[in-house]
Structure formats: structure tokens, C-alpha cells
Write a protein that binds this ligand. Structure first.
Ligand code: SF4
Length: 63
């Protein structure tokens, strides 16, 4: 499984954290999302949904 955030692209919008809060957390100081638990998807597909809904395509997810 590959899960990465491209920090050069991330604009800190928080959509990934809304979709998958156990995995992503937006650091307010950095203004960017970080991965807090790469294996923490609460239900199947949430990391994929987060990647698909990132407005700047900053999330790479490969099961
Ligand atoms: S959805 Fe994308 S741009 Fe928004 S905080 Fe998450 S990684 Fe960053």
C-alpha cells in the first residue's frame, strides 16, 4: 500500500481530513495535511475517496 501527500501541492483545505479523519490531519501551523495513521482507514475506500476528492491531486493512494 502506498499513501503519500505531495506537500508541494497540498493547500491545506482539509477535505481529506473530513473524509478520512483517522488517517489525515491538517496541521494548522504548516497549513498542510499530514498522515497520522497510514493504516487507519475506518472503512474500505476512504483513502481512495480522499485521494479522488483532493482538489489539487496531492494524495497518492495505491492499495
Ligand atoms: S484534500 Fe488535498 S489539498 Fe486538501 S488538505 Fe488534503 S491533501 Fe491537502
Amino acid at each position: 500500500m502506498i499513501l503519500e501527500i505531495d506537500v508541494e501541492r497540498c493547500i491545506g483545505c482539509g477535505r481529506c481530513e473530513e473524509i478520512c479523519p483517522t488517517v489525515f490531519h491538517v496541521d494548522e501551523e504548516l497549513g498542510q495535511s499530514t498522515i497520522v495513521d497510514a493504516d487507519g482507514c475506518e472503512y474500505a475506500g476512504c483513502c481512495e475517496a480522499a485521494a479522488e476528492n483532493c482538489p489539487v491531486e496531492a494524495i497518492t493512494y495505491e492499495p
